[in-house]
Ligand binder design. Structure first.
Ligand code: NZQ
Ligand code: ZN
Length: 387
């Protein structure tokens, strides 16, 4: 039976070529704006200039340098700038890191107490207000442009923690597929793997007769399988980027996850690998997803079979053979995208596992998965099998 759900997503999506100009209509005329961005890509590609031009004669300030896996101390400098200059509207120009970072900043500006403790450790449970913000997406991957989640890294303590709050849905997100034309293969591949895994975290659990969510998820997975390799060849193909961008957004805007059990073990264990070893988010997913599917095979059996038959069209042989092949095809797809799928491919060996387990314990991540049955021992198995 489908779970009860309460689905609300207030983010306006403005999609298509040339839509950055719409900022003028989307942002209040009297807003005092901080435009947040990452390293150099937004400036180099001209997207930043386009944003500034579209904002016209509003009071505009810039904050650059948000790193991939956005860092707490960097973001606290943005908070300082906002407080000092009484800014009241944020615009994120970038990928998941800049958008996630902006969400944290939006929540931290009016936070009483220590923002790390209040927002990340206490999951924003005592946060009652946040600054409004919009985003201009340059990297399809995380879905951050249409959800209320954010993942922040504290480099000093090697911690990467997530929070979610309805207060940090973007007011709007501009999805212009041409802004992703300049993505290098590594980021394109990361984006495809991340979006793919988001769908799997919500789809590949156990059946609850959620026919639409299942078919929708299967369609999104098949779209990524179909367009992923071609995107690497032709990143400046409008149709490919447009479909990729919309798929990645739909993968994690709450729609396919409404009313169904969700896993997220791959993500939670993956965050510890990134925090400790600096791997890209998607690299950790490519390593862990195939092993999580294998290790949880019995409990996921019915959905694995459905995945094999409907997504990969595997109709020959026994159920076990189909499932084996579906897991192999998943791993092969990630490898074909150029993302390696074993810890040892990234020079991480067995002796690194105990620290990861210790961090999972410290962060209370001891009951992961749709059955809450991935305890530390199981996480250890999963990591061992991912070497
Ligand atoms: O810093 P710049 O110079 O801008 O370069 C960026 C960055 O180095 C570059 N890039 C972005 N757009 C580009 C571009 N390069 C050329 N052309 C463009 N158009 O790409 C690099 C990676 O960017 P980043 O934002 O870090 O990537 P992504 O979107 O994959 O975000 C990853 C972060 O999102 C979190 C991850 O944990 C990670 O911290 N996640 C957020 C989620 C959410 N909010 O719901 C869910 C995800 O599961 C994920 O955990
Ligand atoms: Zn992800």
């Amino acid at each position: 039976m489908m779970n009860n759900f309460n689905f609300y997503n207030p983010t306006r999506i403005v999609f298509g070529n040339g839509q950055v100009a719409k900022l003028d209509e989307l942002v209040p005329k009297d807003a005092r704006v901080l435009v947040l961005f990452g390293g150099q890509s937004a400036r180099k590609n001209g997207t930043l200039d386009e944003v500034i031009t579209a904002l016209g004669n509003r009071h505009i300030e810039e904050f650059g340098g948000i790193e991939a896996n956005p860092g707490y101390s960097t973001l606290m400098r943005a908070v300082e700038q906002i407080r000092q200059n009484e800014l009241n509207y944020l615009i994120a120009v970038g990928g998941g890191s800049v958008i996630d970072g902006t969400k944290f900043v939006a929540a931290a500006v009016q936070c009483e107490g220590d923002p790390w403790q209040e927002i990340l450790v206490n999951h924003a449970s005592n946060i009652h207000q946040a600054l409004p913000f919009g985003s201009v997406l340059t990297l399809p991957a995380t879905g951050s442009e249409m959800n209320a989640n954010s993942v922040i890294t504290r480099y000093e303590t090697q911690e990467k923690l997530a929070f979610g709050s309805p207060l940090v849905y973007p007011v709007f997100s501009i999805l212009d597929p041409t802004k992703a034309y300049t993505l290098p293969p590594r980021q394109l591949a990361n984006g495809v793997v991340d979006a793919f895994t988001h769908i799997m975290e919500q789809y590949l659990t156990y059946p609850v007769n959620a026919m639409v969510q299942d078919r929708f998820a299967e369609g999104l997975l098949q779209t990524l399988i179909e367009i992923g390799p071609s995107l690497l060849e032709s990143p400046d193909d409008y149709d490919l980027q447009a479909n990729f961008m919309w798929t990645a957004t739909l993968a994690l805007n709450g729609l396919i996850g409404a009313g169904v059990p969700q896993d997220w073990a791959t993500h939670m264990i993956g965050h510890e690998i990134t925090a400790l070893h600096g791997l890209d988010h998607a690299q950790t997913l490519a390593i862990l997803l195939p092993t999580v599917l294998q290790e949880q095979r019995e409990k996921k059996y019915a959905k694995l079979l459905q995945y094999a038959e409907r997504v990969w069209g595997l109709n020959e042989g026994t159920d076990d053979t189909k499932i084996d092949l579906a897991i192999t095809k998943t791993r092969d797809f990630f490898e074909r995208m150029g993302v390696k799928t074993h810890l040892t491919d990234y020079q991480i060996n067995a002796d690194a596992i105990p620290v990861m387990i210790k961090q999972l314990a410290e962060h209370g991540l001891t009951q992961l998965g749709e059955h809450n049955d991935i305890d530390l021992e199981k996480s250890q198995h999963i990591l061992q099998a991912s070497l």
